[in-house]
Design a protein around this ligand. Sequence first.
Ligand SMILES: NC(=O)c1ccc[n+]([C@@H]2O[C@H](COP(=O)([O-])OP(=O)(O)OC[C@H]3O[C@@H](n4cnc5c(N)ncnc54)[C@H](O)[C@@H]3O)[C@@H](O)[C@H]2O)c1
Ligand SMILES: [Zn+2]
Ligand SMILES: [Zn+2]
Length: 365
Amino acid sequence: MKQSEALLTLPTKTPAQASMKALVYHGPGRRSWEEKPRPTVRDATDAVVRVTTATICGTDLHILKGDVPTVSDGRILGHEGIGVVEETGAAVAGFKRGDRVLISCITSCGKCDFCKKGMYSHCRGGGWVLGHKIDGTQAEYVRIPHADTSLYRLPPGVDEEALVMLSDIFPTGFECGVLNGQVKPGDTVAIVGAGPIGLATLLTAQFYSPAELVMVDLDPNRLAVARTLGATQLVDGRDGKAVDKVMELSAGAGVDVAIEAVGIPSTFDVCQKIVAPGGRIANVGVHGKPVSLELERLWAHNITLTTRLVDTVSTPMLLKLVQSGRLQPQKLVTHRFGLGDVMRAYDVFGNAAREQALKVVLKSA
Ligand SMILES: NC(=O)c1ccc[n+]([C@@H]2O[C@H](COP(=O)([O-])OP(=O)(O)OC[C@H]3O[C@@H](n4cnc5c(N)ncnc54)[C@H](O)[C@@H]3O)[C@@H](O)[C@H]2O)c1
Ligand SMILES: [Zn+2]
Ligand SMILES: [Zn+2]
């Protein structure tokens, strides 16, 4: 036998890839907590993060219903989380092993034309990919592409439970609702939908001292929570009279800002009926069905209509406000589970009205 042949027949010694546990999507209605290979650095700009805190988003429930066909069988879910950097690629300059980090739900390269405009949601090499097009955060470890621009250092001394709310819901409520709605001192603001996003909008709208904050929902428990978080007026829409009630509260004038935080045609309709002349409609909800825009009436009303996919450009500012105690996102946490109990956490979050759930936090042991 020639020497080269002998070499070829030698058994190749690759170390067995370490495994981890993760919440895996297996098509509509099917999820399991199972063994998966532990991620490793693939590109030089990657970091691998050991997840210490994660949470579940309404969007994860949409995925499980089969509403997001771009999620494939075998995908690890989750786009919100906090963890400790385990490993970094050669090109990562801002983070090193051992750093505690917040994971943004939006991955951004920081270099493409959209990133340069601050529109990270449309990053050509990122956007919303975690728990969608690549494996996500509801796992013991996660690979984060473009780590330098997609991770944020945690301020010292702040609870992870508060900070994990900054992965998605607080930037979403603030950017898509408050900033796009141009909430100003003295404004009358109506927020339609008192879920985690609507409530994050309610808390961040108060940075601008609106005169009235009207909260519209169908769930009396969520409306009661909204009251404790600063809503000045509550509208229970179960009788189908939300529009009349908001018009009455505003003495027939309508509201300066109507924020849609549900994502269905009827709530968009409420917004277009309650917006005052000169007002703004800020759509936050993810819509799966067409809505009918009453342009035949609104054309003369000088209104502004905005839409947005969250960019998470406000994350550094929100981190400062949480650190100072000015913003307290932990107020939205209603349930806590170990990461290994994520299956049960989904059952609770999936029955939010019955369980009186807002955000469920998952913590690693
Ligand atoms: N634009 C973005 O980037 C972005 C990011 C994240 C989430 N979202 C979307 O924001 C929306 C809200 O998210 P969430 O997690 O708070 O959802 P959620 O389902 O927890 O909350 C929605 C709330 O709307 C209420 N509601 C339902 N029908 C209503 C009606 N007819 N009138 C009044 N209230 C009604 C429900 O009782 C619930 O409290 C969703 O559509 C979500 O997909 C958008
Ligand atoms: Zn989300
Ligand atoms: Zn980019």
